[in-house]
Design a protein around this ligand. Structure first.
Ligand code: NAP
Length: 314
């Protein structure tokens, strides 16, 4: 059954950008509705320690931070929907957004804060062992790999943080990187390279995940040296893929201007998209900074810009 909701601001997404937009919009008496998406709280709900979000003297936990943001957004009047937007139409005014549970939002403005999602290696054997040894979330699944040998693939901040976190469970962690340099911050690199439980295999890519069928269990990983093409087999019962993210923008294909990597394009120093009244904030439009604090800042900007748009146009 379809339920119609008319609103001034619809926010799609529930990461730091979405919640910050909601807090600002609600405090401007705009009665925002927020549709959370599949993973309420976004990427920070699959992180552990956060020590770079300002305002906290002690290390805090990502999931806790997101709970606090949600609580704050609700307290100031945001209407929260644990639902998924499956269709948008920007050529109607008000804009239309339909959800899986059958809600039809008619909204004068929309803030897109759908974030980004984990990237996979996309090799056949990866699919086979996904959930049976292969994961993209150390926080979610690390516990299942107690006293095991595991690998982490990637060379960015995520890969290094995941490798460090996984030493809490695993007997040994091997970071496999396709180059001979990490792109992670120096402080993280130092922690990684000096950790007694972590080895790094440079210049290698994963070629195949190998294991048994019944029960489905990962046992070995075939690597290939990118320079001399030699094969290397390592024993590992877990593999964490940490090779970056893709913006969650498939819902907006051909409806809004995006760049070649499918990030939504916004005007300089603004969250305004090519459609008046539609704004984009956070990782969905940002491939440079991609931080919780920058996403939150953009959420605030989007709400302020939407408020101005509504005042001038309605
Ligand atoms: P990233 O910085 O884009 O790094 C992705 C890594 O995966 C790179 O090392 C890349 O190799 C490798 N890679 C990509 N595709 C691959 C493939 N098909 N096979 C093998 N390796 C592949 O992604 P991220 O680490 O997820 O970080 C994303 C952003 O979030 C960054 O801006 C980062 O600084 C930020 N971040 C910050 C924190 C923090 O501040 N605490 C924590 C996590 C993430 P190359 O190096 O060869 O390209």
């Amino acid at each position: 059954m379809t339920k119609k909701i008319e609103t001034d601001i619809l926010i799609i997404g529930s990461g730091p950008a979405g919640y910050s937009a909601a807090i600002y919009a609600a405090r401007a008496n705009l009665n925002p509705h927020l549709v959370s998406g599949l993973e309420p709280g976004g990427q920070l709900t699959i992180t552990t320690d956060v020590e770079n979000y300002p305002g906290f003297g002690d290390v805090i936990q990502g999931p806790w931070l997101m709970e606090q943001m949600k609580e704050q957004a609700l307290k100031v009047g945001t209407k929260f929907h644990h639902d998924i937007v499956n269709k948008v139409e920007f050529d109607k005014n008000p804009f239309l957004a339909e959800t899986d549970s059958g809600i039809e939002f008619l909204s004068k403005s929309i803030i897109i804060a759908t974030g980004a999602q984990a990237r996979w290696l996309n090799i056949e054997s990866e699919n086979k062992f996904k959930g049976f040894g292969i994961s993209a979330c150390a926080t979610c699944d690390g516990f299942f790999f107690k006293d095991q040998n595991i690998i982490v693939v990637g060379g960015g901040n995520s890969a290094v943080e995941e490798a460090l976190y996984l030493t809490n469970f695993a007997s040994k962690v091997t970071l496999v990187h396709r180059r001979d340099k990490l792109r992670a911050e120096k402080i993280l690199q130092n922690r990684l390279l000096n950790h007694p439980k972590i080895d790094v295999i440079w210049d290698h890519i994963v070629e195949e995940f190998i294991g048994s069928d019944e029960p489905l269990t990962l046992k070995k990983i075939k690597l290939r040296n990118v320079n001399n093409k030699c094969e290397k087999m390592i024993d590992a019962t877990g593999a964490f893929i940490a090779i970056g993210h893709d913006p969650a923008t498939s819902l907006f294909n051909n409806k809004i201007k995006m760049d070649n990597d499918n990030y939504i394009i916004t005007k300089p120093d603004s969250t305004e998209t090519n459609i008046k009244g539609v704004y984009a904030a956070g990782d969905v439009k940002d491939k440079v900074f991609r931080q919780a604090v920058t996403a939150a800042g953009m959420g605030c900007m989007a709400a302020l810009e939407a408020e101005k748009y509504l005042a001038e146009n309605y």
